[in-house]
Design a protein. Structure first.
Length: 169
């Protein structure tokens, strides 16, 4: 789960090692893609070029509140058109959305970094992918052609880890 039943990421799901890993990955990305509720608030956030998925525009529009952001309605324009509109024609993309956004990109991921905090339970929370909890996140990733790599421990005290799931070769 990404959030609790109130659709809030609770403090018990926030770990310093995971935050550092996440922030470093966003700093390396050429473009951030997320839903309207999945923004990020690190010190470098205002400098990051981003595409925000929304139904509030017909296809593509500049974000009136952020000169580094573009608004994209996937039913009105392709992802390639959104990238072009944002001025990004090559590089790496970090997708940080919720289940709908993650699901849209399942067939495009080169690598999906799956963080796990096995001691945290969030009954009734927001699942990370469509199809969870009927299937595990690992089953969803495998069903979409991704294979687990070696996990990296981010917080030994709480057994928090991140595993790269890469497109099969």
């Amino acid at each position: 789960m990404l959030t609790n039943a109130d659709r809030v990421m609770p403090d018990e799901l926030k770990f310093e090692g995971d935050k550092e890993f996440f922030t470093a990955a966003l700093d390396r990305a050429d473009l951030i893609v997320h839903g309207r509720h999945s923004g990020e608030s690190q010190p470098n956030s205002p400098r990051r070029k981003r595409i925000v998925l929304t139904r509030s525009v017909a296809s593509l529009a500049p974000d009136p509140s952020n000169p580094k952001a573009s608004l994209w309605n996937p039913s009105g324009a392709s992802f390639e058109a959104a990238c072009d509109f944002a001025g990004v024609r090559s590089g790496s993309v970090a997708v940080i959305g919720g289940p709908g956004v993650f699901g849209m990109f399942m067939d495009r991921y080169d690598t999906f970094w799956l963080s796990l905090a096995p001691k945290v339970r969030l009954p009734g929370g927001t699942p990370c992918f469509p199809g969870v909890p009927q299937r595990s996140p690992q089953q969803v990733l495998a069903a979409n052609g991704l294979k687990a790599g070696e996990p990296r421990v981010l917080d030994p005290k709480d057994d928090v880890s991140v595993t790269p799931w890469r497109r099969g070769n």
